[in-house]
Design a protein around this ligand. Structure first.
Ligand code: 5GP
Ligand code: ZN
Length: 102
């Protein structure tokens, strides 16, 4: 398995975790671009980014946004951005779907 985020989700690569359940994982970005910068990923390898969201996998996306709401409240972040880069020319470097919270 070559995907770095699959390895992080499996615990094979360590990360600074904020939240985990059976479907999703939230962890701090290794190269933060803001005072707070974490990533929320589905544990399943969804590889086509935002362009690959379908009726079959959109449930986990909704869950990711519930987790973002919970974590930003806990971190007392009232002002933040949620970003997903789709495609290399848009800045995507890891193919496993992920949402940046900055
Ligand atoms: P992208 O550029 O694909 O939108 O975002 C990938 C993000 O993953 C980057 O912000 C990068 O810093 C982060 N990242 C890459 N490898 C690792 C890693 O091994 N651990 C953590 N915590 N973040 C990583
Ligand atoms: Zn993956």
């Amino acid at each position: 398995m070559e995907c770095i985020f699959c390895k992080i989700a499996a615990g094979d690569i360590p990360s600074k975790k904020l939240y985990e359940d059976d479907q999703v994982l939230a962890f701090y970005d290794i190269q933060p671009k803001a005072p707070v910068h974490f990533l929320v990923i589905p544990k399943a390898h969804l590889m086509d980014g935002a362009a690959g969201v379908t009726a079959d996998n959109s449930g986990v996306i909704a869950h990711i946004f519930e987790v973002i709401a919970k974590l930003t409240k806990e971190l007392e972040l009232s002002d933040f951005r949620v970003i997903t880069n789709n495609g290399a020319d848009a800045g995507q470097t890891v193919s496993h779907l992920h949402f940046h919270v900055l």
